[in-house]
Design a protein around this ligand. Structure first.
Ligand code: ATR
Length: 269
């Protein structure tokens, strides 16, 4: 039994591949959602060391009742070259976090970091449309989130990053894609009322430097994390103590789980 679902010979399988894999949260997140829809699909963790990825990938491909798999570290980037086709978001970000078996048997790579983040915020009643966002960081997570925010109707995006050139490159890529000047690189200080996002890895460890001066965070802003573990980072706790509306990275996990289940069920439920 997985979350009240009986596993039968007819049950379809979705994996989550990574190394290590014991930390994987997606089976616990998606199995109740598949069960709630009455979908005969279960998610299981698959421990795939980097050196064996290509061999195991071929095995997964040859297994017709495997409808896809989530991808976690260290395979998100290397998977790009193994997919038969890529969703435009995955191609743009250069990383894949869900592979779906399409009806012709091919493996297509998708990227739900940004959309999952947005869906997580929206599920908590936070409106993105018309909002001004301030993103700290310009790595893969920031790229995914910036595009998803503009797609969801954000009014403007300011990118603040240790390496200014990367913030400028991200803003230019967004502006080029949407054909208007919606994003810009900025300094370290967000403005009143902004949706402020820590999209760096700073906060994973208690000893990490803060990604942003907490004095810059004021009530009226929303502060959102990409870090799900710990659920409360040092900066998130400081922001909450100042009366800032805060949003843990856990909601990104639940947003991604919703999208994954929608996406798999669209073809295979
Ligand atoms: P991911 O792809 O998961 O987003 P990444 O590409 O390593 O991860 O990006 C991490 C982001 O956190 C980058 O914007 C990085 O800043 P740089 O572009 O200057 O490297 C930022 N970051 C990481 N460690 C940092 C630190 N100690 N101080 C400030 N920014 C940091």
């Amino acid at each position: 039994m997985v979350s009240g679902v009986t596993i039968r010979g007819t049950t379809r399988l979705i994996g989550i591949i990574g190394d290590p894999i014991i930390q994987a949260k997606s089976p616990a997140a998606v199995n109740p959602l598949f069960a709630a829809r009455g979908a005969d699909i279960v998610s299981v963790p698959l421990h795939v060391p980097a050196k064996d990825l290509t061999t195991i990938w071929a095995g997964l491909k040859a297994m017709p009742n495997l409808v896809g798999f989530g991808i976690t570290l260290p395979h998100k980037q290397t998977a790009i070259d193994l997919c038969d086709s890529l969703d435009p978001v995955a191609a743009r970000v250069g990383a894949v976090n869900l592979v779906r078996r399409e009806k012709d048997g091919s493996f297509r790579g998708y990227q739900f970091d940004g959309k999952g983040f947005v869906r997580g915020l929206q599920s908590k009643g936070i409106t993105i449309g018309g909002r001004d966002a301030f993103i700290v960081g310009a790595g893969g997570a920031s790229v995914a989130i910036a595009f998803a925010l503009v797609e969801a109707g954000a009014n403007s995006i300011t990118v603040s990053n240790r390496t200014l050139e990367k913030a400028e490159a991200l803003a230019e890529a967004v502006n080029a894609d949407f054909g208007r000047k919606v994003a810009k690189a900025g300094g370290p200080k967000p403005e009143a009322g902004q949706l402020v996002i820590n999209a760096t890895s700073l906060g994973l460890h208690d000893t990490d430097a803060l990604p942003l001066d907490p004095d810059f965070l004021q009530p009226g802003m929303t502060f959102a994390e990409v870090i799900a573990q710990p659920e409360t980072t040092r900066l998130l706790a400081l922001a909450a103590a100042k009366g800032v509306e805060t949003h843990s990275g856990m909601h990104m996990i639940t947003g991604q789980a919703d999208l994954t289940v929608d996406h798999i069920c669209e073809l295979w439920a």
